[in-house]
Design a protein around this ligand. Structure first.
Ligand code: C2E
Ligand code: CA
Ligand code: CA
Length: 619
C-alpha cells in the first residue's frame, strides 16, 4: 500500500503497440493552453474520423501520460509507479498487440496489482466481446470498452471522468486512512497492514514485529509551548520515522508505512524479521533519529521516545494482542528511562495490573485521608544548628498498605494526580511549619518537594501564594525542592516560574543534583538558592577518592555561583567529617535524623531547641 499522491495531476498509462496511436493519446491529453498545431494534429486528422475541435483549456486538469508498446512493459510500468507511491489513475489498453500477450492479459495482471484501477480496453476489431472480457476481469464497473477509431473528445472525456473519479477516491482514502496532520497512515490503515502482514508471516513461517513509539514529555511541550509547537514536533517526528523506515536496508519493509495511532503515539511494522533482536536494532536506530534536536519557533527541543516491541509469534499471535503488548512494553520503556526500548514480557501484564490498582487507589487517597507527611531535619555542618525540615510524603493505602513514594509518585505524575496531591503536601507542610513557629519551635525552612508536572500548571505561583496565605507562613520559611531533570526539561518556563516564586521570598533548591546531565553552567542562570547533592555521591565519598574530588568540585563551583550546598543521605560520621572539611553548608541523612511523623518531629524540635539552649549555658 502506498500513500496516494496529493497533487491533482491525473496519471494515465497507455499500452498500445502502434506508435502513432500512443502519440495521439499524448497529444490528446496534453495541456490545452496556447498550443501550436503539431505533428500529432496531422496524425489525429488521419486516425480519427472527425477533426479535433478548437483547443480549449479544461479547468485545471493536468495529465501525465506514460506509454508502453507491449503488454509486459505496460504491467511493469504500472508496478513501478505503484511502488514509487505514484499510482496510475487510468489505464488504456490496446486489445491486440501481436505477437505478445493481449490487452486482456495485461488487464488481469494490472487488476491483480491494484483491484481498484479503472481500465479501458480499446480495439479496432469488432470480434471482441466486451461482456466476455469484463466477465474475465471483474469488477464490471471498473472495465470500459472503447471502439477504434475513437472520437478525440471521447478519449479525453473518459480520461477526465475516470481520472477525477480516481482522484476523488484517493482523496477519500486519504481522509479515511491517513492522518491529516502528519500525512502518515492512521490507526485503521495500520491495522489493515498488520492484518495482511500477519497473514503473510503465518504462511511464510516468518517473524513480524510491531514497534509502539511514544514521545516523552510531549504533553508538557504542548501545555507550555502551545499546540502549534506540539503539532510541528509531531510533523518532524513523522518525517524522521518515515525516513528511518526507508533507510533501513537489511529488513524488508516493502510497502508498509509508519502510522500515527493518535496523540503522540506512532507505530512501526516490521513485516519480516529474521531474529527477535532485529526489532531492537531498528528501535535503537529510530530512537536515535528521533532524539536529534528540533528547532521550532526559536525553541530548541530535545525529545526522546519510548519504544515497546512485540514480536509475532513470540509476544502475540494476533493483531489485538500484538498491539496491546507493544503498547504495554512501551509503557514499561517509559517508566525505565535507562533503555530506549523494551520487548514485551509476560510479567508486564501482572506489573501493569499492580500499577492500575495503585492508580485506582491513589485517586481517592486524599479524600480517604491516607496521606501523611514525615519530616527530616537538615543541620548546618558549621554550627550544628537545625536549618530546615524536609517534608516527605507517606501513603498508607487501606487496600495496599504502605506504598513507598518512589513507587507511587511517578504514577501520580503520569496520571496528573500529582497536582492535587502536591497541593495537599504544600498546604499541609505550610500549616505544620506555621503551627510549630507559633509554638515557638524554630524549624528553619520547611522544604517541600515539587514535581516538574506541578510547575507546568498555569497557576502554580498562585497556588504557592495561596498555601502561604492560608497558613499565614512567612515566605522566607518555605523552600521548594525541584529536581535537576525537572528544571532542564523545560528550562525557559522553569526560569520564569521560579523567578516569580522567588520574588515572593520563597527559596528554591535543586534536588538530586548530580544525577541529571546538566552542568552548573547550564543552571547558573536559574533563580535558585541551593543545591542538594545527591545521595549517590555522598555514599561513595568515603571510599572513592574520585567521588570526593567530584563532591569537592561541586561544592566549590556552587559557592562561586553564590549557591549553598546541602549533602543528602549522610549515613555516617566519616561522610559528615569529609563534607565539613570541604565546606559543605548543610547535611541531611539518617546519621543526622531519619524522617519522622509530625508528632515525633515536634519532639525532636523541642529537644533540639533545648540542647541548643543548654549548649549556650556555661557548664
Ligand atoms: P528526595 O527528595 O531525594 O528525598 C530524600 C529521600 O531520601 C527520602 O526518601 C528519604 O527518606 C531518603 N533518605 C534521607 N536520608 C537518607 C539516608 O541517610 N540514607 C538513605 N538511604 N536514604 C535517605 P523517601 O521519603 O522515600 O522519598 C523518596 C523520593 O520521593 C524523594 O526523594 C522525592 O523525590 C519523592 N517525594 C517524597 N515526597 C514527595 C512529595 O511530597 N512530592 C514530590 N513531588 N515528591 C516527593
Ligand atoms: Ca527532596
Ligand atoms: Ca533528593
Amino acid at each position: 500500500m502506498s500513500t496516494p499522491a496529493l497533487d491533482a495531476t491525473i496519471r494515465i498509462l497507455v499500452v498500445d503497440d502502434e506508435r502513432p496511436i500512443r502519440e495521439a493519446y499524448r497529444e490528446l491529453l496534453a495541456s490545452r493552453r496556447s498550443r501550436k498545431p503539431s505533428e500529432g494534429d496531422r496524425l489525429r486528422a488521419q486516425l480519427f474520423d472527425r477533426p479535433e475541435p478548437e483547443p480549449r483549456a479544461v479547468n485545471a486538469i493536468e495529465f501525465e501520460v506514460h506509454t508502453a508498446d507491449r503488454a509486459e512493459a505496460g504491467v511493469e510500468a504500472f508496478r513501478a509507479k505503484l511502488e514509487a507511491g505514484e499510482p496510475f489513475d487510468v489505464v488504456f489498453l490496446d486489445m491486440r498487440m501481436p505477437p505478445g500477450p493481449d490487452g486482456a492479459w495485461a488487464a488481469a495482471e494490472i487488476r491483480a496489482l491494484d483491484p481498484s484501477i479503472d481500465i479501458v480496453i480499446s480495439t479496432a476489431y469488432s470480434d471482441v466481446d466486451p461482456g466476455e472480457i469484463s466477465a474475465r476481469i471483474p469488477p464490471v464497473e471498473k472495465l470500459f470498452y472503447l471502439q477504434k477509431p475513437f472520437h478525440a473528445h471521447e478519449v479525453r472525456q473518459l480520461a477526465i471522468a475516470l481520472g477525477r473519479k480516481s482522484r476523488a477516491e484517493a482523496q477519500m482514502r486519504r481522509l479515511a486512512y491517513y492522518d491529516s496532520l502528519t500525512g502518515l497512515a492512521n490507526r485503521d490503515l495500520m491495522r489493515e497492514q498488520i492484518h495482511k502482514a500477519l497473514a503473510l508471516a503465518v504462511s511464510n513461517g516468518r517473524r513480524l514485529a510491531t514497534l509502539f513509539i511514544d514521545l516523552n514529555s510531549f504533553k508538557r511541550i504542548n501545555d507550555t509551548l502551545g499546540h502549534s509547537v506540539g503539532d510541528e514536533v509531531l510533523r518532524v517526528t513523522a518525517v524522521r520515522l518515515s525516513s528511518a523506515v526507508r533507510s533501513s536496508d537489511s529488513l524488508a519493509y516493502a510497502g508498509y508505512e509508519p502510522a500515527r495511532m493518535g496523540g503522540d503515539e506512532f507505530l512501526l511494522l516490521l513485516p519480516e524479521i529474521a531474529e527477535v533482536q532485529d526489532a531492537g536494532l531498528v528501535a535503537e536506530r529510530v530512537a536515535k533519529a528521533l532524539s536529534a534536536p528540533i528547532r521550532v519557533d526559536g525553541h530548541e527541543l530535545v525529545i526522546s521516545a519510548s519504544i515497546g516491541i512485540a514480536v509475532f509469534p513470540e509476544h502475540g499471535g494476533d493483531l489485538e494482542s500484538l498491539l496491546r503488548n507493544a503498547d504495554l512494553a512501551m509503557y514499561f520503556a517509559k517508566r525505565d528511562r535507562s533503555a530506549a526500548f523494551q520487548y514485551f514480557d509476560a510479567a508486564m501484564s501482572a506489573t501493569a495490573l499492580r500499577l492500575l490498582t495503585l492508580e485506582t487507589q491513589l485517586r481517592g487517597a486524599i479524600e480517604r485521608g491516607e496521606f501523611s507527611l514525615h519530616y527530616q531535619p537538615q543541620v548546618s555542618l558549621g554550627t550544628g544548628r537545625l536549618t530546615g525540615m524536609e517534608a516527605l510524603l507517606r501513603w498508607r493505602s487501606a487496600e495496599l498498605g504502605e506504598v513507598p513514594p518512589l513507587e507511587f509518585i511517578p504514577l501520580a505524575e503520569e496520571s496528573g494526580l500529582i497536582n492535587p496531591i502536591g497541593d495537599w503536601v504544600l498546604h499541609t507542610a505550610c500549616r505544620q511549619a506555621s503551627s510549630w513557629l507559633a509554638a515557638g519551635l524554630a524549624v528553619g525552612r520547611m522544604a517541600v518537594n515539587v514535581s516538574a508536572v506541578q510547575l507546568t500548571q498555569p497557576n502554580f505561583v498562585e497556588r504557592v501564594e495561596h498555601a502561604l496565605r492560608e497558613s499565614a507562613l512567612d515566605p522566607s520559611a518555605l523552600e521548594l525542592e525541584l529536581t535537576e531533570s525537572a528544571l532542564i526539561a523545560s528550562y525557559e518556563r522553569a526560569r520564569e516560574v521560579l523567578a516569580r516564586v522567588r520574588a515572593l521570598g520563597v527559596q528554591i533548591s535543586i534536588d538530586d543534583f548530580g544525577t541529571g546531565y546538566s552542568s552548573l553552567n547550564h543552571l547558573k542562570d536559574l533563580p535558585v538558592d541551593r543545591l542538594k547533592m545527591d545521595r549517590s555521591f555522598i555514599s561513595r565519598i568515603a571510599t572513592d577518592a574520585r567521588e570526593l574530588a567530584m563532591a569537592a568540585a561541586i561544592i566549590a563551583m556552587a559557592k562561586s555561583l553564590g549557591l549553598r550546598v546541602t549533602a543528602e543521605g549522610v549515613e555516617d560520621d566519616e561522610q559528615l567529617d569529609l563534607l565539613e572539611s570541604q565546606h559543605c553548608d548543610d547535611a541531611q541523612g539518617f546519621f543526622v535524623a531519619r524522617p519522622m511523623p509530625a508528632g515525633k518531629a515536634e519532639g525532636y524540635l523541642r529537644t533540639f531547641a533545648f540542647a541548643r539552649r543548654d549548649e549556650g549555658k556555661p557548664s
